[in-house]
Each structure stands twice: as C-alpha cells, then as structure tokens.
Ligand binder design. Structure first.
Ligand code: F6R
Length: 629
C-alpha cells in the first residue's frame, strides 16, 4: 500500500504535492518522493539572425527513506519551481525501504518518471527482456521495470499516453500509476487496475491526481474515479480518458460530500471496520504470485534459500503474541495435519525466559504483524542463538523481525492502523496455508490434493466478501441484543478453537467485556459452572471433522439456559434448531474455515464496541505495536 498524488496547473506544484502526501501518511509509510518538471526557460535557439527563448523542462527527482517531513526538508534545501509534478509515499513490497528504492523511478533515458501503487507480477520476465536490450537497473523494484518498459515504447512513438498504454498491455498485476516526461511538459498520464486512482478537477485549469481523495480534498471536491483498465491523459486544458485497449470513454465528474477525516478512513467510521472490509483484497495479496496451481504447489521467495532445511526438518517451533499467536496455533494444526511435521507453539514471552529446548535441526517461525513486538523479537533471537533456523511471518516490510530473520514470508496485508488486528490475522492464516502446502508437497501431499487445496484458497476472497455482506446486518442486531452483557464465552474445536480464542480477544480489547475462549470440550471441566441465563456463548461450529461433537456442547449450554450464538456452515439446518442465533458462513475445507468464521467474530466485537460507545480505533491501554516487555 502506497500513496499517490499529482498536480498540473498554474500554481507551484511542490507544496500541493507535499500536503497531499502528508494526508496519506496516516497509513505509516517508509519513504517518499517527488518528480517535478522544472521550467528552465533558458534554452536559446539561434539561427544566426535572431535568438529565441525556448521553454525547456528538466525532470527533477527528490526522494528519501523516511517520513514526508524528511522529504519536505530535502525539498526545502533544493527548491525547484514547477507547475507539474507527481509524489509518492511508499509501503515497500519489492526492495527494502531505502532512498534508492523510493518512488518516483525513471526510465533508461532519465526523462520519464513514474510512481506506482500495486505489484507488477511478471516484472522479472520483463526485466530480463529489457536487460537483454541493454537496460541497466538501479533498484530491486518492480516499478523501475515498468518505467523502463514505458521508456522503451516512448522511444518508438514519442507519445507518452501510447507508451504507457502499450506497456500496461504487457503487464500482469495491479497498478495505480502516474507518469510524467520532460519531453511532454504539459501532461500527466495516469492509469489504474486493482489500485485506486482519482482525478480532481480544480477551478483554475488545474487538475489533481491521488490514490485516495483525502490527498486532494483540500483543493477540490469535483472528482473523476478511474475504474480498472482505464487511463487518462491530463493536460492544463482538459482530461482525455480511454481504456488501456484504446477505446475512448467519457467519465462523469462526481462531487464528494464526505468530510476529510471520513475520507481518510476510506468512508468507514473506523479503521477497524475498513480493515475488516479490506480482507478479500489482503487475502488475495497474501497469495499473489505465490501459487502454482498446475503443480499443486507454492513458491515463497523468502524461503527459497532454505528449502533444504525445510525438506529435512523434524520439528517446527512457532512463537508469537496475541492475535499472531492465535494464527500460529491454527498454523500448527495445518502443518501437522498435512505435512506431518511436529509443531510446538509457545507464547514468545514464555519462550524467551524458559530456557527452551531447541536443536540445530529445528525451524522456528516468529509471527508478527508489526515485526517489532519485543517479546517475539527476543524469542526469535533466543531460538536462533540455540541453533534454530529463524524465519519470520511479518507484515511490516523492513521491520526488525523481518531484518533479523534468516528468511521468511511477508503477509502483504498493507498498513494495519486499527489497534485490534483483523486483516493481518486472515493474511497470516493464508500464509500458513501456503507454507503448509509447500511443506506437504515436499512430503506426502499429492499434486492432486495440493491443487484441490489451492483451488479452495483461491476461492476464499470471494467467500470472505460474501461473509461480510451476508452477516454484517445480522451481527449488528445481535450486538444490540447482547450489548449489556458483562461476560461472554467463545467455544470452538479443532481449527476453530483458536478462532474462538481470537473472537474472545477481539471482544475484550475493544468493548471491555470480559470474554473467555475455550476448546468447547473443556467447558465441562470448569467453565460450565458459569453458564446461566445471563451468559451468551458463541460457538464456532462450521461443518468440519468435529462438527457432531460440538452439537453436544451446544446442547449442554442450552440445558443450562445459556444464550447460544452459532457460526455455522450455510445450509446447516440441524444447528438452527439448537441455537438462538445462527450466523452462516460459506463452506470450505476445514483447514480454511477459521479465515471465514473469524469475520463475523470481528464484526461482533466491532458492533458490540460501537453499541457501547467505545473508541474502537483507540481502545484504552492498548498500543498497536508492543515494543516493550
Ligand atoms: C490483538 C492485537 C495484539 C497483537 C500482538 C502482537 O488485536 O493486535 O494482540 O496481535 O500485540 O503484535 P504483532 O503481531 O505486531 O507482533
């Protein structure tokens, strides 16, 4: 996830671009940059009789690792006058956060600059082809490859729009881009596929570009939203829109009513809800470019150097905290079922001080959204010190755990701003499913079974979308009914026992209601004493291997007048006879059910908290990244 801004008009571009980037920075970016076309107004043409002042433009790039304020300082030290420019805040995907990897990137000639949100999946093939044609690359980014490709086409036509269009026809992946060229000082070319892009229409022959309207709302509320596979050429005298297959289209100008703060949350009341809604996309991003369906297998770039150890490993250790720990528990179940490797999992805070037994042949996964959690980092260091291969499953690119791991897998969920983790959890589970398939295929999992699992994985984003759409209103009503409860029990079995733990954690974090998660069968060993007519009990009971068993547990609660809310698989009529409230989720294989069942649990926590007037995005006493013990 990155931020894009652009400006063309009669005003000075730099302050407009910098203020736009600041509005996008709430997402927590790692580097930022600007590309400007400075009007030199000094090129002299002489034919011997007269001299003529020509307007010549120079492409100027200013970029650095760090925050927009760092870029602002850099820009103040080297001021450049320009009335056209593009700016970017980066969330690293290909290539670590650094000055050189920051956007904009330029083509081989140094005359074309591009900023890009998204991932170019086939960049390595294109790069190889361009290298064979003499191109030299400065960075590890996919974006620089696209810049060079555009430059290659530009050489042929000197038409920037056409060069961008032809390049995008070669590209597989997602993009929101803005491109300028010193040879075309009166235009910005923009395009989108899978990554948002909005054009702002100003009052004074000026136009704005942004990945999020928050960046330009201070200047105009008149906007044009590009759809996937559409592009636009923006000049000071107007906008021309077309598809990337070159069909001219007419777009309508829309008026934005929303307040700035609301737009920063993408129209959602809270970041948490926004992030719950993002999950179909973030799950897709976690899988992007990693599955080889034909081979029923998975390729994880960050583990490629450790395939030998992974093939030979006899024991896996998992360590994490909080929500990431719950993802790890499910990961243990997945790996043990399909790869048949014993997995031990332990809270990082326990592992680090317990003098755990770790051998040279062990492989350790440290799971962390932020990559900065102090206990998880210390546990990783302890495991590595004792000889384990230390791998990370991390969201924040370039974070300490990512840097200190011997290898690992980024979950690519984008910045998670809501303090209660939601999308990171489902992305962690998606990555565990990928690791499971990879480890399984090294052992006993057949190509046919691998393919079947991959098909189920690929179907998940749509199923998560359906789950959100089909359950949200019902969950809201359930929250109204139970908002004054003081205790909740969450019960599940097998893969959905950790989902129950996660549901309980979400509820306590943001609504401050005491909630306990338990393996459903453990209820009779103690918690059953708590059940009476005041106790709501959430059963996570999709159709899986332990479904029949959980029905008996539901009956035990009903017999004691507890209120049963069940998460069940669509079409399950048996459970509707037992539970007061049934929330249905689509069917999938047991291993993947937590990715669906957790969605209504996240929504339940969210709507319970809002019904109780709690501050969802800033729950008391909690911090997003726990960097202290
Ligand atoms: C719960 C939550 C926390 C984190 C925990 C670990 O909603 O966000 O429990 O999961 O602090 O954080 P990371 O994953 O950043 O190591």
């Amino acid at each position: 996830m990155c931020g894009i801004v652009g400006y063309i008009g009669n005003r000075e571009a730099t302050p407009i671009l910098l203020s736009g980037l600041k509005r996008l920075e709430y997402r927590g970016y790692d580097s930022a940059g600007l590309a400007l076309l400075e009007d030199l107004q000094a090129a002299i043409s002489s034919n011997g009789h007269s001299t003529q002042l020509l307007s010549a433009h120079q492409l100027v790039i200013e970029k650095c690792k760090g925050k927009v304020t760092d870029l602002e300082e850099l820009s103040a030290r080297n001021p450049h006058l320009s009335t056209i420019g593009i700016g970017h805040t980066r969330w690293a995907t290909h290539g670590a956060p650094s000055d050189v990897n920051a956007h904009p990137h330029t083509d081989q000639s140094g005359k074309i600059a591009i900023i890009h949100n998204g991932i170019i999946e086939n960049y390595s093939q294109i790069k190889k082809h361009l290298i064979s044609r003499g191109h030299i690359f400065q960075t590890e980014t996919d974006t620089e490859v696209l810049a060079h490709l555009i430059g290659e086409f530009f050489e042929q036509s000197h038409n920037l729009t056409e060069a961008v269009r032809l390049s995008l026809n070669e590209v597989v992946g997602a993009y929101g881009i803005a491109v300028i060229s010193s040879e075309n000082p009166d235009e910005i070319v923009v395009a989108r596929k899978g990554s948002p892009l909005v054009i702002g229409v100003g009052n004074d022959n000026d136009y704005f570009v942004a990945s999020d309207a928050a960046a330009i709302i201070a200047h105009t509320r008149q906007v044009i939203y590009l759809s996937d596979n559409e592009m636009a050429t923006i000049t000071r005298s107007g906008i021309k829109t077309r598809t990337i297959s070159n069909v001219e289209i007419t777009k309508t100008i829309e008026h934005i009513e929303m307040e700035l703060e609301a737009i920063e949350k993408g129209g959602f009341d809270h970041f948490m809800l926004k992030e719950i809604y993002e999950q179909p996309r973030t799950i897709t991003d976690a899988m992007r470019g990693r599955v080889v369906e034909e081979e029923g297998n998975v390729v994880l770039g960050g583990l490629e150097n450790h395939l030998r150890e992974l093939r030979r490993v006899n024991r896996i250790l998992i360590t994490a905290c909080g929500t990431s720990f719950h993802a790890g528990l499910i990961g243990k179940y997945m790996i043990e079922q399909y790869a048949r490797i014993p997995v031990d999992i332990e809270y990082a805070s326990e592992f680090r001080y317990r003098n755990p037994i770790v051998g040279d042949d062990d492989v350790m996964f440290a799971i962390s959204q932020s990559g900065e959690t102090a206990d998880t980092l210390a546990a990783l260091r302890e495991g590595k010190r004792k000889g384990a291969l230390g791998l990370g499953i991390v969201n924040v690119v370039g974070s300490t755990i990512a840097r200190e791991s011997d290898g690992g897998v980024y979950i690519h969920a984008g910045p998670e701003i809501g303090v209660a983790s939601t999308k990171a959890f489902t992305s962690q589970l998606t990555v565990f499913a990928l690791i499971t398939i990879m480890l399984g295929r090294m052992r006993h999992l057949s190509v046919v079974d691998g393919r079947a699992m991959i098909r189920e994985l690929l179907a998940l984003p749509d199923k998560v979308q359906q789950t959100i759409e089909n359950t949200e209103q019902q969950v809201k009503q359930i929250a109204e009914i139970f908002k004054d409860a003081t205790n909740f029990l969450y019960l599940g079995r097998g893969y959905n026992y950790p989902a129950a733990l996660e549901g309980a954690l979400k509820l306590k974090e943001i609504s401050y209601i005491h909630a306990e998660g338990y393996p459903a069968a453990e209820m009779k060993h103690g918690p059953i004493a708590l059940i009476d007519e005041n106790m709501p009990v959430v059963f996570v009971a999709p159709h899986d291997d332990v479904y029949e068993k959980i029905l008996s547990n539901i009956q035990e609660v009903r017999a004691r007048k507890g209120h049963v809310i069940a998460i069940a698989t669509e079409g399950d009529e048996q459970i509707t006879e037992l539970a007061e409230q049934v929330i249905f989720i689509p069917e999938t294989i047991p291993m993947l059910t937590p990715i669906l069942s957790v969605v209504p649990l996240q929504l339940l926590a969210y709507y319970m908290a809002t019904a109780r007037g709690c501050n969802v995005d800033q729950p008391r006493n909690l911090a997003k990244s726990v960097t202290v013990e």
